[in-house]
Design a protein around this ligand. Structure first.
Ligand SMILES: Nc1ncnc2c1ncn2[C@@H]1O[C@H](COP(=O)(O)OP(=O)(O)OP(=O)(O)O)[C@@H](O)[C@H]1O
Ligand SMILES: [Mg+2]
Length: 334
């Protein structure tokens, strides 16, 4: 069994008296040492998926309605809060989206790092301090011993992101979930942080669930990729397969909307419209209002991900891995 095995996971959210399906029948696996990218437009449910794995869903509004999250022979969806605390932060850690805001502004970064070590690993203050320095060195913060006394506002964006990574790897987790770890950073810092995550993964063999909307990051980092749309995984494949042979019209559009040359004047493609809000999903396929291939049948049933384990799969009634490609192409917009 995979290190982390999410199987048929659905999640509802209650808001304003109505119940909405935020995640719909997600299945994916993450192996040790592997990077799986979770991609998709804003609001498609990437962070929600991460919070579900971490057991950090808003208790008052969110409910897991189907499926399991298997980690080390236990189903996390059935774990008591106490048992979850022994896994969260220690064996499964997360770098949160907007990580820089997750640091406590009134405590030094050293105090925050040491707190994690003392809490989870029962270290003495002294041991925690020297381990905190080692961790800051591991994430390549120069002059680590002195930076321990810095407050978050004294650090640049790239430096505070390194601190967040140091905190996340403090207990040598088997799984690291990184939710848009580089989105807020400029390009050179972004490359350094990604390289750092890769190095740590090489050293520790952790599985990395990398959440991003940036296909360049996917290509640089991941072996496999799951594409989400409106709470569903609509395509899943190895990165090479997905880039070479995208099946779902949404994935095709997403790939076409990524700048390739980086040269001025490159014509960019945009998928028309936007991800519908959860309370206004169309019947049938959630993408059909934006889809150039949509036909009558697409409004009648929600396509399931046709995805034998480990193979290329897509949730589309028109384009399927097992079916020959239709003549139409995705060329209708300049
Ligand atoms: N507490 C909440 N109550 C109700 N709906 C919520 C709540 N939090 C998120 N949502 C909705 O759940 C859906 C998924 O949100 P999520 O934050 O997982 O998206 P995302 O893919 O991470 O987007 P982004 O790329 O912007 O981070 C969205 O439609 C969002 O509006
Ligand atoms: Mg998010």
């Amino acid at each position: 069994m995979a290190l982390l095995d999410v199987n048929d996971l659905s999640l509802t959210l209650r808001s304003d008296g109505t119940t909405l399906t935020a995640l719909r029948r997600l299945s994916f696996q993450l192996e040790a040492g592997e990077t799986l990218a979770l991609v998709g437009e804003s609001g498609c449910g990437k962070s929600m998926t991460a919070l579900a794995i971490m057991g950090l869903l808003p208790a008052a509004s969110a409910r897991i309605t189907t499926g399991t999250i298997q980690f080390d022979h236990q189903d996390l969806t059935r774990l008591s809060p106490k048992s979850y605390r022994q896994i969260r932060g220690q064996r499964i850690a997360m770098i949160f989206q907007y990580a820089m805001r997750a640091l406590n502004p009134v405590k030094t970064v050293g105090a925050q790092l040491m707190e994690v070590l003392q809490l989870h690993l029962n270290m003495t203050r002294r041991a925690a301090r020297s381990r905190a320095i080692a961790l800051l060195e591991r994430v390549k913060i120069p002059d680590a011993a002195r930076r321990l006394n810095d407050y978050p506002h004294q650090m640049s964006g790239g430096m505070s992101q390194r601190v967040m990574i140091a905190m996340a790897i403090a207990c040598q987790p088997q799984v690291l979930i990184a939710d848009e770890p580089t989105t807020a950073l400029d390009v050179t810092i972004q490359a350094q942080i990604l390289q750092l995550l890769r190095d740590i993964q090489r050293d520790t063999g952790m599985g990395l669930l990398l959440i991003t909307h940036d296909l360049g990051v996917v290509a640089a980092m991941a072996q496999r990729v799951a594409v989400m749309y409106a709470g569903q995984i609509i395509e899943q494949a190895s990165v090479m397969e997905l880039f070479d042979n995208p099946i779902h019209p949404y994935t095709q559009g997403l790939l076409r909307s990524t700048p390739k040359s980086g040269l001025p004047g490159e014509r960019l493609f945009a998928i028309p419209g936007r991800v519908p809000p959860l309370n206004a999903l169309p019947s049938g396929c959630a993408f059909r209002n934006r889809c150039p291939l949509a036909r009558a049948a697409c409004s009648e049933q929600i396509p399931e991900l046709d995805h034998p384990r480990g193979q290329h799969g897509a949730a589309c009634l028109v384009n399927a891995p097992s079916r020959p490609r239709p003549e139409e192409s995705y060329d209708y917009i300049a």
